[in-house]
Write a protein that binds this ligand. Structure first.
Ligand code: DHB
Length: 389
């Protein structure tokens, strides 16, 4: 072999080796699409903080693969979510799509997940039907039917027999209204009026006036995370509590992100939900402490826990696939995960790819000078009631 040929062959060998090394070092990319600005910005802030905390606690290398988080702001406009998802898949070649602050954003992305065989981890949005929009969707948040049905069982046993419902007029609100109403009526209750308010820039005043006039025992409310404080304020300003109307709802209304600023008027409000920052477990205490430490005292809410657990589901799937991370293999490794979350035990149902979890009844109380949703009852291992129909 002449010297020149030898040199060029070894150069090829070296470059092949380098290409191999480059491939192995290719980072595992998670495209985290969240509303970081606009009406749903608190959801983005909470989930991003939780995802970063998870990575800080568990390292950014999994099964020899460096994990890279790419955070994008979709301003909670579904067309923007879809465009970003497309760019992340095509240009950035992300291995997983995650986040999704509202239902329309999750639904807009579903066809992209399906076409590109990319797992889509829904960390926030909570309309029951979302998991049916793509076989690549896995959910780590909750569903509105899950939370609403438990409230419909509790209320009539506690003197609340005549109710008005008030929900945001889109997927999760319509789920909450329907599943609360059906179960409440089955339990002997009466729903005298069902009101729907627009998702964008809602003015609750005229709706609350109607509620006052209807004189129900209770007002059942669903509004998305971030809107609860406005409802609470107007409810109290109108003296509706003093008029004997009990405010009830899913825990979105007494959102831990805002609760402590709602004032003592919120004390006594009963809600049903899957997570409270005051959930009494060692895992949750550790989570809340670390989250607050890393985020200037910000209290984690149910969005944060959805983001934190979503990262767990992704990390464990990457471990199971030994760092390979193909879409179908990752998805298979996400299905059936069972673990202790800060919320309590949590299970990703392999059939539905939806979360099975405890739903707690909670009452707002003052603890050490701060308002918390104090859990006083639990309905264990609740599957999404929306899936059985
Ligand atoms: C959804 C958004 C929320 O902020 C929430 O609290 C529940 C559901 C949604 O759009 O699915």
């Amino acid at each position: 072999m002449n010297k020149r040929l030898f040199l060029s062959t070894s150069a090829v060998a070296v470059s092949v080796l380098c290409a191999g090394a480059a491939l192995a070092a290719e980072p595992f990319k998670i495209g985290l699409i969240l509303p970081m600005t606009g009406q749903q910005a608190s959801t983005g802030r909470q989930i991003e903080a939780a995802a970063r905390l998870y990575m800080a606690q568990n390292g950014d290398t999994v099964a020899g693969r460096k994990v890279e988080l790419i955070v994008k702001d979709d301003t909670s406009v579904p067309d923007v979510t879809k465009r970003i998802a497309q760019e992340l898949v095509v240009n950035d070649k992300v291995n997983v799509l995650a986040g999704f602050g509202i239902t329309p954003s999750a639904l807009a992305t579903a066809p992209i997940a399906t076409q590109s065989k990319t797992p889509q981890v829904v960390m926030a949005a909570a309309t029951s039907s979302i998991t049916q929009a793509s076989p690549y969707i896995v959910r780590t948040s909750f569903t509105l039917p899950q939370a609403s049905v438990s409230m419909a069982d509790w209320a009539p046993k506690n003197g609340i027999k005549k109710v008005v419902t008030l929900v945001s007029d889109y997927g999760p609100g319509i789920d909450a209204e329907k599943f609360f109403k059906d179960r409440f009526m089955f339990n002997g209750g009466t729903v005298v009026e069902s009101l729907r308010v627009p998702l964008r820039n809602p003015d609750f005043a005229p709706f609350l006036q109607k509620v006052r006039d209807a004189k129900p025992d209770g007002l059942f409310v669903f509004v998305p995370s971030g809107a609860g404080a406005a409802v609470m304020k107007q409810f109290l300003e109108r003296g509706m509590d003093k008029a004997g109307i009990k405010l009830i709802g899913t825990g979105d209304i007494t959102d831990d992100d805002q609760l402590n600023d709602m004032g003592d008027g919120a004390i006594g409000v009963v809600t049903s939900h899957h997570y409270s920052a005051s959930h009494d477990s060692a895992a949750n205490k550790k989570f809340v402490e670390a989250f607050q430490k890393a985020n200037k005292g910000m209290r984690p809410n149910f969005m944060a826990v959805g983001g934190y657990d979503g990262m767990r589901v992704i990390y464990e799937a990457l471990k199971t696939t030994k760092g390979q991370g193909g879409g179908d293999a990752l998805l298979a490794a996400m299905k059936g995960q069972l673990f202790e979350s800060p919320r309590g035990p949590m299970f990703i149902d392999a059939q539905t790819r939806d979360v099975v979890q405890n739903i707690y009844l909670r009452k707002v109380e003052k603890v050490n000078g701060q308002l918390y949703n104090q859990e006083f009852d639990v309905i264990k291992d609740v599957k999404d009631p929306g899936k059985t129909r």
